[in-house]
Design a protein around this ligand. Structure first.
Ligand code: ATP
Length: 354
């Protein structure tokens, strides 16, 4: 098991990084008045960890007995029936899924599947009617229609079901959904907090971690706790005992994006665009989310660009990110961004150097 999973705190008491949020969640559970919740914050900040600990606090150890299912659903879509395949993680008391996986058909998932689940109350061990918890990931990726349907489900089945929504950006969640939830912002951990988590893992693994090295890992993680723990584990495999100046290798996919950036800065041509397309496909088939690829591409480009070009490149990255949300084939938009960048950059080179 990777350290990110092995050392994920399982209960609210053990949560060290967002202690205040954990204490407030504990109060919510003891007061038996848990509203719908919306957790939002950057990737790797600890949202999922808090949600899992909260569910454990609500239902105790039965919440640990989870099963992963790949289920086919037949959904009535007006004049026809469509088939949807969804991956769900469920226990006796909760179900977790990412409805946005259904792409442009996400509203059927909300209208039919989530509604169906929300209707069924669970019965607790004392025979009392409890409530079921539905954890919905990446709600910011849901279409507007799906979010409107979600709002209706939240209102209609609030007595039998609690929704826990999780996303990176709350601004992409409609006001109607946001206002029906208790919004919980999970900030990216500070560098000091990340260092403390690394020290804790080092202690449990009986490793000696030089403070300078721990700080370097935390700084390179960009305040992403998952990334910091992954870096730490990679370094442990590559070289131990640790030294202060030990190289921290970048994650494979990040290295791949850096290679793409070097390619497109070196040559701007249809041939290179074709080569880059293969590399983008490699990233997509390895399940790197297209928005993350675009963001990383932009960050790497900005590091190497002349300040004159930065504004224009940011504008086009935002443009293609928006297009990506509207469409369903991410590769088109990633490639379009690369092509656009090549054209801007070539023009700039010709104007500057002739
Ligand atoms: N409070 C914590 N104490 C120690 N480690 C933590 C804590 N919260 C999170 N972690 C570690 O950080 C990793 C990432 O956290 P988590 O999966 O909760 O992030 P997330 O915000 O849900 O990320 P994403 O949005 O990318 O899914 C976890 O696997 C866990 O190892």
């Amino acid at each position: 098991m990777l350290w990110v999973d092995q050392y994920r705190p399982k209960t609210l008491e053990k949560i060290t990084v967002h202690q205040e949020i954990a204490n407030n969640l504990k109060k919510l559970v003891t007061e038996q008045d848990c509203p719908h919740l919306l957790f939002y914050g950057p990737s790797g900040s600890g949202k999922k960890t808090l949600i899992m600990a909260l569910i454990k606090e609500m239902f105790g150890s039965p919440a640990d007995k989870v099963k992963l299912e790949n289920k086919m659903w037949k959904v009535d879509a007006g004049s026809r029936t469509i088939e949807l395949e969804l991956t769900m993680l469920s226990s006796a008391h909760h179900v977790e899924m990412s409805p946005s996986d259904a792409g442009f058909q996400d509203r059927y998932v909300v209208q039919e599947i989530i509604k169906e689940m929300a209707k069924n109350r669970s019965i607790d061990t004392k025979g009392k009617r409890g409530f079921k918890v539905l954890v919905l990931n990446e709600v910011d990726k849901l279409s507007r229609e799906a979010q409107h349907s979600l709002r209706r489900t939240m209102e209609k089945y609030s007595s039998s079901c609690r929704l826990i929504l999780c996303c990176n950006s709350s601004s992409k969640v409609t006001e109607a959904v946001r206002s029906r939830c208790l919004n919980i912002r999970v900030n990216a951990p500070t560098q000091e907090e990340i260092v403390k988590v690394l020290e804790l893992i080092a202690k449990k693994e009986s490793l000696t971690l030089p403070p300078v090295f721990a700080n370097r890992i935390a700084a390179q993680s960009n305040r992403n706790l998952r990334r910091a723990i992954l870096f730490f584990e990679t370094c442990r495999v590559k070289e131990y005992p640790f030294t202060e100046n030990q190289v921290i290798p970048p994650l494979d996919w990040e290295q791949h994006v850096s290679n793409i950036v070097s390619d497109i800065l070196k040559e701007q041509s249809p041939k290179m665009l074709y080569e880059v397309r293969q590399k983008l496909y490699d990233l997509l088939v390895n399940c790197i989310p297209p928005v993350i690829i675009l963001k990383k591409l932009l960050c790497e480009l900005l590091k190497k660009l002349d300040s004159e070009l930065k504004h224009e490149v940011c504008h086009w990255a935002a443009h293609y990110e928006h297009k990506m949300r509207l469409g369903s084939k991410a590769i088109f938009h990633l490639e379009a961004f690369v092509a656009k960048f090549m054209s801007i950059y070539k023009e700039f080179l010709i104007a500057t150097f002739g």
